[in-house]
Design a protein. Structure first.
Length: 141
């Protein structure tokens, strides 16, 4: 079981792990060892998730979830396949936990009446200062 939140755990049998050759430099050893791990999780077909959770994950992680509803994550940071497997599982845990955490609802702030009045008074004072600086208008008699 892979714990996601306090109430949600996903069985490891729902996770598909595939090893492949890692990219980048590494000498002769890298050409013959499959150390990169690609983890696939079928969000749409998972019996562990509710419909609301599936919808939320697919909406939040839309760039990482395919049209078929499969979340794919790869890890190739380490030279060890076991460490990359643990890293990929941790990435999925973090992504799912962040996706399922509800966002705080933003409440619009009510501007205090005193602050509005103070701002308007400052504008009036500034307008008077600028009017006093202006040249007097010539009146034809």
């Amino acid at each position: 079981m892979v714990p996601i939140t306090a109430r949600l755990s996903i069985p490891e049998r729902e996770l598909r792990l595939r090893a492949s050759r890692s990219a980048g430099p590494g000498g002769q050893h890298v050409n013959k060892v499959n150390t990169r791990v690609t983890l696939s999780f079928d969000v749409a077909g998972s019996p562990s998730l509710t419909a609301a959770q599936k919808r939320r994950i697919c909406d939040t992680l839309r760039t990482r979830v395919s049209r078929e509803g499969i979340l794919s994550v790869s890890a190739q940071r380490s030279c060890s396949q076991a460490m990359n497997r643990a890293d990929a599982i941790e990435k999925v845990r973090r992504l799912l936990r962040e996706a399922l955490t509800p966002r705080a609802i933003r409440k619009p702030v009510q501007t205090p009446r005193v602050a509005v009045e103070r701002r308007l008074d400052q504008k009036k004072r500034r307008r008077r200062v600028k009017q006093l600086r202006a040249r007097p208008a010539w009146k034809d008699e």
